[in-house]
Write a protein that binds this ligand. Sequence first.
Ligand code: A3P
Length: 286
Amino acid sequence: MSEASLNLPYYERVPLTHYINVDWVKELVHFPVSTDDLFIATYLKSGTTWTQQIVSLIQTGGEDSSEHVFNNVPWFEMLGKDAVMALPKPKAMKTHLSYHMMPGRDPAATPAKYIYVARNPKDVAVSFYFHCLRYKCYKFTGSWNTFFELYMKGEVDFGLWSDHVLEWWRHKDADNILFLKYEDMKRDLTSAVQSIADFMGSDLNESIIQKISRKCSFENMKLNPLANPDDLLEVKVKIKNDASSGFLRKGDIGDWRNYFSSEQSVRVDDEFVKKVAESGLEFDYD
Ligand code: A3P
């Protein structure tokens, strides 16, 4: 049991995640992506599952699938090369890999499409804290303050928030990259669904876009056993019996205010917020 470390495997000085095969990650740098491949790339807790469900519904023209969203849009680096090769085309997958760890090490120069979703670093931190408390693999029972220190040092899955987000942000203008923010999706989901559909080349009419947006509201996803990861057996076995919050926990902007001290807020401003703002990336915090 450790409170000072999440016991993560490392690759190229970046912590990866539990259950991952580091050799597979190395191998995926050489994976031959094609024009039929779509990736949803995120730092953890930034709206990945939400975007997976949106993409999945766009693919079916708004019709419900009989499969769980985690199977419809599987996790690239968790599957490994052989299983990814075997997926039917067109492939939509999620990934938490840093930009330079992706196939070809430069997604903008590949024929695949990439949707990157970023969320403000304060709400990510709180969501991440609950994530670590929830899953058995972290063996984490520490306080918010303990987690905060790990987060600020980048000793959490996929490393420093600012490194991850900035690397993708620098390529946001590439034709095959769509850069979205969680807060914009929250404020106007219909517009976000429309831009994702346009980016995917799906010509859906307005009523289908509206229908997808309704199905992807926080409340509807939470109630949907095929969109809520809590209902998936392979997830259930990994959750602590006394886990206090569900995967779809709050789904809000500004929950960080309930956990951050003013000193912690200033530290995130100094170490993350100002750094990304220098590159023109800004977020809403309320
Ligand atoms: P909170 O813990 O703040 O509630 P990821 O899928 O990348 O792990 O992100 C999980 C976060 O996205 C959780 O944040 C979860 O509640 C939120 N989320 C999932 N579906 C959502 C939706 N339909 N609308 C808003 N937030 C959603």
